[in-house]
Design a protein around this ligand. Structure first.
Ligand SMILES: Cc1ncc(COP(=O)(O)O)c(C=O)c1O
Length: 404
């Protein structure tokens, strides 16, 4: 694929925009470029077979295509290929770490640290394990501007801390957390604290580098990265993966099975029981190619410029209150209005062809800390443009006229 020089031309790669639509819900799930759709259609039409098992060419080609994506993901996040596990999504990746690493490494009396801005996917798996094991969960509070209280984080570190699980970028506030600084601080305090990074939002807006972050586990989901649903990634340091017991049992993850005892494969295969999402993994590979061709720095620069434009334009609409005004942000703006409910606003916006998300955004503890039930959230992607923002502002003014 030739490098994309003008990011604004990317919009034409997304068939959904043939209909006039201001899609401002990319933080929930991104639209798909034709190249991903075509790739998946091509695999299903001409190259499809189950993988890892068939001795015939069709199966071997499908296996090669599937395994090649592991290499692509590894390169994309600056990791090694034997450290990339395919999961269904971020949620499954974090559940895998909690069930496998957590159940063998956490015990009663231990402490883990989460933050108040975590998505439920990085809270509930730990609570489920906590019910069985009995460790405590400490929570880093969020300041008024939507940044983490770093001093409070430092004070939460203790000799009992075993894990820090933190989102790289908030799906509600947009805040980009100082993850490498947190990793350095935690590891300097106690070298064996493990760090899990939820990169669901950061990987799409400029990319991540696991070596630079210095973390131990990292999770992201394919559907926010312009890829299909049903596929996600868990990256873990090779030595951790080797020591972790399997998460699920079944075909493809075993070396040999007998009623006297079963042995497992090593590396990522141990965690990929059953027939995986073959077509979706290959689709994710096409999405990664697409993003790399667009250029992660280009995407970040485009979205930053558009975020500034959106913040400025929304700032001129009367009666809005904003949540998350940090300096370092991805393209997400959350707000409430003093003249109508979030749901009523979303209804009027929808009538104008503007798609936004309203609610708690799977961050109920964060909503609680701001004393609200939910927000209206507008979020952008590489295909978003100023017309989308202008449509949002126009529809909001119409909503205000109708509802206040
Ligand atoms: C920060 C963050 N973490 C986790 C998730 C969960 O992703 P998935 O539903 O694909 O597992 C999301 C999705 O909204 C998210 O934004």
């Amino acid at each position: 694929m030739a490098a994309i020089t003008d990011i604004s031309a990317c919009r034409a790669d997304f068939p959904v925009f043939e209909d006039k639509l201001a899609y401002l819900d990319t933080a929930a799930s991104a639209q798909k470029p034709l190249i991903v759709i075509d790739k998946m259609r091509d695999v299903m039409s001409h190259h499809y077979a189950n993988i890892h098992r068939g001795l015939y060419k069709l199966s071997q080609v499908a296996t090669q295509e599937y395994e090649a994506v592991r290499g692509k993901v590894a390169e994309f996040i600056n990791a090694a290929e034997n450290e990339v596990v395919f999961t269904r999504n971020t949620t499954e990746a974090i559940n895998l770490v909690a069930a496998s690493w957590g159940s063998t490494n956490l015990k009663a009396g231990d402490e883990i640290i989460l933050t108040a801005m975590e998505h439920h996917a990085n809270i509930v798996p730990w609570q489920l394990l906590q019910e069985r094991v009995g460790f405590s969960i400490k929570v880093v509070p969020v300041l008024k501007d939507g940044t983490l209280d770093f001093e409070a984080f430092q004070n939460l570190l203790s000799d009992k801390t075993k894990l820090l699980a933190v989102t790289h970028a908030s799906n509600t506030l947009g805040t980009v957390n100082p993850v490498s600084r947190m990793v350095k601080t935690a590891k300097a305090f106690k070298a064996d604290i493990r760090i899990l990074v939820d990169a669901s939002q950061s990987v799409v807006h400029g990319g991540v580098d696991v070596k630079e972050l210095g973390c131990d586990f990292l999770a992201f989901t394919g559907h926010k990265l312009y890829g299909p649903t049903g596929v996600g990634v868990l990256w873990a340091r090779a030595e951790l993966l080797e020591a972790m017991p399997p998460y699920q049992g079944g075909g493809d993850m075993i070396e040999s099975v007998s009623f006297k005892g079963t042995t497992y494969k090593s590396g990522p295969s141990k965690f990929e029981a059953g027939t995986p999402a073959i077509v979706e993994v290959i689709g994710l590979g096409a999405a990664i190619d697409y993003v790399r061709t667009a250029g992660q720095a280009n995407i970040a620069a485009h979205e930053k410029q558009l975020l500034d434009y959106m913040a400025g334009a929304l700032g001129r609409v009367d009666g809005l209150r904003f949540y998350g005004t940090a300096q370092e942000k991805v393209g997400i703006v959350s707000f409430t209005a003093d003249w109508a409910s979030n749901a009523d606003i979303a209804m009027v916006l929808d009538q104008s062809g503007v798609c936004v998300r309203v609610g708690h955004h799977c961050c109920m503890p964060l909503m609680e800390s701001f004393g609200i039930e939910g927000t209206v959230r507008a979020s952008i992607g590489l295909y978003s443009n100023q017309n989308d923002i202008d449509s949002l502002v126009k529809a909001l003014k119409k909503a205000k006229d109708m509802l206040s």
